[in-house]
Design a protein around this ligand. Structure first.
Ligand SMILES: Cc1ncc(COP(=O)(O)O)c(C=O)c1O
Length: 348
């Protein structure tokens, strides 16, 4: 039985194209629950969204590609970190819709390891036949966008119809709509399974997943605590980002703002040495998820979020129910093979 949730503003009227393989599972984590020994722990398996190794970005791309299809685009352009899951999934989505893809990879992580630069997501980008460019500065969102605009102009001169997926502030956060919809899916699954959530924990990067989920839950009248685990910026910067994302989502959906500043809860204690860089905490969270549940997390996003989730779980009371949103990112483990190989040892 599928329990239908009420519409959220104009969400169902906005352009969208199908990329997901259907709803993702919402599962119990019985071993991790026993291991931590406090609350009931659940996982929303958005690592299983279906396309090219899955992940949260498939939900987000349904809205970007939806707009691209309406505009008659034939090529998708996007910028991201070298081991970006978003660019890998943008390339796969473009291919699924019969389009080309140009990808700009930014040097956001100080690493000269050839495995990092060529394996994992980068290898998949190449298999998908994307045209790759590199951009030397990973913290210059405006500059990276401007360079992408130049590539788009070149394509227009050749007669192509490019569509740019802009991620920097100031552009409509279409991707967040995927998580407004995911909030509907989570609440419908909870209603079907008789689950009452006390807290949702997820990685907070561009803010589309965090902002969209928080907005969706509040718009549907659900007051559950949503904790964002910072993976790129500190909590203060990320708070401002989520706050403006939520205002922009309200505008897109022609709704009143439903998220108060006090609703935006962030922890930057799991950021480690910085974006895309790991420490013992990250390895420990990866190990616990893998050994307790057979769940693979990645060192850039989901292991950091898992580390935050485990901390929240330890602080929870018996009888509470906590949901971890597994946002994917698993191909990146192959880009980090050197560090992970050393951390997890060898057999024999
Ligand atoms: C695997 C994974 N998890 C989480 C995130 C963070 O999501 P968002 O950028 O929507 O905040 C990303 C972003 O790229 C990601 O690739």
């Amino acid at each position: 039985m599928t329990i239908r949730m009420k519409p959220v503003g104009k969400l169902d009227d906005l352009p969208r194209t199908s990329l997901m393989s259907g709803e993702t599972p919402l599962e119990e984590m019985p071993n991790l629950t026993k291991h931590v020994g406090t609350a009931r722990l659940l996982v929303k398996r958005d690592d299983l969204t279906g396309l090219a190794f899955g992940g949260n970005k498939v939900r987000q791309l349904e809205y970007y590609l939806g707009e691209a299809v309406v505009q008659g685009a034939d090529t998708i352009l996007i910028t991201g970190a070298v081991q970006s899951n978003f660019v890998r999934l943008a390339a796969a989505s473009a291919r699924k819709k019969g389009m080309g893809c140009h990808i700009q990879l930014e040097d956001r992580v100080p690493k000269n390891d050839p495995i990092y630069k060529n394996s994992g997501n980068v290898l998949i980008d190449k298999i998908l036949g994307a045209t790759l460019y590199s951009y030397p500065d990973g913290e210059d969102e405006v500059g990276a966008d401007a360079h992408l605009n130049e590539v788009a102009n070149g394509l227009r001169e050749k007669g192509n119809k490019p569509y740019i997926i802009h991620l920097s502030p100031g552009h409509a956060p279409l991707g967040a709509l995927g998580y407004v919809d995911a909030a509907r899916e989570v609440l419908s699954q909870c209603a079907e399974q008789g689950i009452e959530l006390d807290e949702v924990v997820l990685a907070s990067g561009s803010g589309h997943t965090h902002g969209g989920m928080l907005f969706g839950l509040r718009a549907l009248g659900c007051p559950v605590r949503v904790t964002g685990i910072c993976v790129r910026r500190d909590a203060e910067q990320q708070h401002a980002r989520i706050s403006s994302r939520c205002r922009e989502i309200a505008e897109l959906l022609a709704m009143d703002p439903v998220v108060e500043d006090a609703d935006i809860i962030l922890s930057d204690e799991h950021l480690g040495p910085g974006y895309g860089r790991m420490n013992e905490q990250v390895i420990d969270a990866m190990r616990q998820a893998a050994e307790c549940e057979g769940l693979i997390t990645d060192p850039v996003y989901t292991a950091k979020a898992m580390s935050g989730f485990l901390e929240r779980a330890k602080a929870a009371e018996k009888g509470q129910t906590l949901l971890f949103v597994h946002t994917g990112g698993t191909p990146a483990i192959f880009g980090y093979e050197r560090e992970l190989g050393a951390a997890f040892g060898t057999t024999g």
